[in-house]
Design a protein around this ligand. Structure first.
Ligand code: ADE
Length: 238
């Protein structure tokens, strides 16, 4: 049976999902509240991880150990790294990478964690496809872009930092948890996808745009996730 772990870093990224779900149990662990129950007929555990890579990684490990989730979906907002991806659009991870990991002095690639043998964490192809289909059904007016999401413990609001993320990593958008979720999910062999709605352009305009658009972007993304999970019925992971 599927059991989907749904993670948002901030309360506004998970609040609409928590309102919609039927809660059977709330478990507290590592200062996080894990809401176990069902959403649209699917078993879920919904949790606010807190911001950043460490919170995100701990959250995934708890979802794996305590709840034995079969899938992990991360919902939230991100800064666009691509001129054609606008505020309100949605990016679906095909893979993820860290932009703040640097052991290049030892010959590793930018973003590569030493001795891990990989720097990209590949999202589950079924979840990526389900998300694309769901978006066409739920949010037909919103443009969807599958591609690379880059993460780091940094809110990006500087054009030169943004340019580095584009040139060195080729990401479509940037945020602060996705790759830690991807790494922890990969280490636990749990299929994952990161779904992010664009709240800002990750440059100097972000200071104004982010507070103005984060709520709507987060709600659009959460609405999409509620639909994506219904598509899991009938996949090989059932
Ligand atoms: N989340 C939303 N916008 C972001 C940005 N510009 N940088 C990092 N995380 C974000």
């Amino acid at each position: 049976m599927n059991k989907v772990g749904i993670i948002g870093a901030m309360e506004l990224e998970v609040e609409t999902l928590k309102e919609k779900m039927t809660v059977a149990n709330i478990v507290q662990k590592a200062s996080m509240d894990f809401y176990e129950g069902s959403l649209n007929g699917v078993s879920v555990v919904i949790v606010r991880s807190g911001v950043g890579k460490v919170n995100a990684g701990i959250c995934v490990q708890i979802l794996a150990d305590l709840f034995q989730v079969t899938h992990i979906i991360n919902t939230g907002v991100a800064g666009s790294l691509n001129a054609k991806i606008d505020i309100g659009d949605i990016v679906i991870s095909t893979d993820t990478m860290y932009h703040d990991v640097d052991a290049t002095v030892f010959g590793y690639q930018p973003g590569e964690i030493p001795q891990m043998g990989q720097r990209e964490f590949i999202a589950d192809a079924i979840l990526v496809e389900l998300t694309q289909t769901a978006c066409a059904e739920v949010n037909p007016d919103i443009h969807v872009y599958p591609g690379r999401i880059v993460s780091g413990d940094q809110f990006v609001s500087d054009k030169s930092v943004k340019e580095r993320l584009v040139n060195v990593f080729g990401g479509l958008c940037t945020e602060m948890e996705g790759t830690a979720i991807a790494q922890a999910a990969t280490l636990n062999s749990i299929p994952f996808v990161i779904i992010r709605a664009i709240s800002d352009k990750a440059d100097e305009s972000a200071e104004i745009d982010y507070p103005a658009f984060e709520r709507k972007a987060a709600a659009d993304c959460a609405k999409l996730v509620a639909h994506v999970i219904t598509g899991l019925t009938g996949t090989t992971n059932n």
